[in-house]
Design a binder for this molecule. Structure first.
Ligand code: SIN
Length: 283
């Protein structure tokens, strides 16, 4: 682990995740501090901050911009004033939450976001945790034969299961997504094994929320391979679990991480504010 000078970095599991302390991210940050945060993100894949105040969306935007450009999510863009801020709200009685199946974010895009920064405006006393899984380890722990077979394959990702008139989420949850007739499907093919543009490490890049099939194979043929990989990629030993408190922040590298919001907050309210960072084409 790197020797950090400006922040304290405490891993929360062997595979993934570290808590960053001795820092107030609502303040203007100098370059050496930003550089260490970026390093911690690359080293631990998801980093967490406690007791922060990003409730002013402008402070959340400023912190996000230290690491790149803001991404606008097409399915949450309904003409609001600040389309780059997405509010993920669970209210008592909701039957569904955003992100309740394992996924990397928004992978139907040609250039999926490189990262997301999620801030808890209001966390339940218990429940509503988020799981994260290390997709480098998922790839590296496969057999040589499986790695050879996957190298060179592409998967078709689209957003048919999460948005559009047939998705059916808006009747089950407070957070609304585009399900109007004017919505159009976004679909792109990405390598099943990608190379991280900064670390140059290989990771699995498939997820059961967006992937439909392997390019050149039927849905049924693909399912045999994909279902194995989905289960493998989210094994407990590749994962960590984060318990939210109001004021907590999770910042994950969407290029090598899958995550899942546990839909168990029962009758509690959970209000989250999210930004995403523009990414590059998947190589
Ligand atoms: C997401 O998938 O971005 C939401 C995660 C969460 O609410 O815990």
């Amino acid at each position: 682990m790197k020797n950090y000078k400006h922040i304290k970095v405490t891993p929360i599991s062997t595979a993934i995740g570290a808590e960053i302390s001795k820092i107030d991210i609502s303040m203007d940050l100098p370059e050496p501090v930003i550089s260490e945060i970026r390093h911690a993100l690359l080293e631990h894949l998801v980093i967490f901050f406690r007791d922060q105040d990003l409730s002013d969306p402008e402070r959340h935007r400023i912190f996000t911009r230290y690491f790149g450009q803001l991404f606008i999510h097409p399915n949450f863009n309904m003409g609001q004033k600040d389309p780059e801020m997405v509010y993920l709200t669970r209210k008592p009685g909701d039957k569904a939450v955003v992100g309740e199946t394992w996924h990397a974010d928004t992978t139907m895009m040609k250039a999926p976001p490189m990262a997301a920064i999620l801030y808890a405006l209001e966390a339940p006393k218990y429940g509503g945790d988020t799981l994260f899984s290390n997709q480098y380890l998922a790839f590296e722990s496969l057999s040589v034969g499986m790695k050879q077979m996957l190298n060179g394959l592409k998967a078709i990702h689209n957003d048919a299961r999460v948005a559009g008139p047939k998705a059916g989420f808006n009747s089950k949850r407070t957070t609304q997504v585009r399900e109007d007739d004017g919505w159009t499907l976004t679909e792109n093919a990405h390598p099943v094994v990608r190379i991280h543009p900064e670390t140059k490490r290989k990771s699995l890049f498939i997820n059961s929320t967006y992937v439909q099939n392997i390019k050149g194979m039927t849905v049924e043929e693909s399912a045999a391979i994909l279902n194995y990989l989905y289960e493998h990629a989210t094994k407990p030993e590749f994962s960590c679990r984060f318990r939210w408190r109001t004021g907590s922040v999770a910042f994950w590298d969407n290029r090598c991480v899958q995550h899942l919001a546990i839909n168990d907050s029962n009758n509690a309210t959970r209000r989250m504010q999210r930004t995403q960072l523009l990414g590059n084409d998947v190589l």
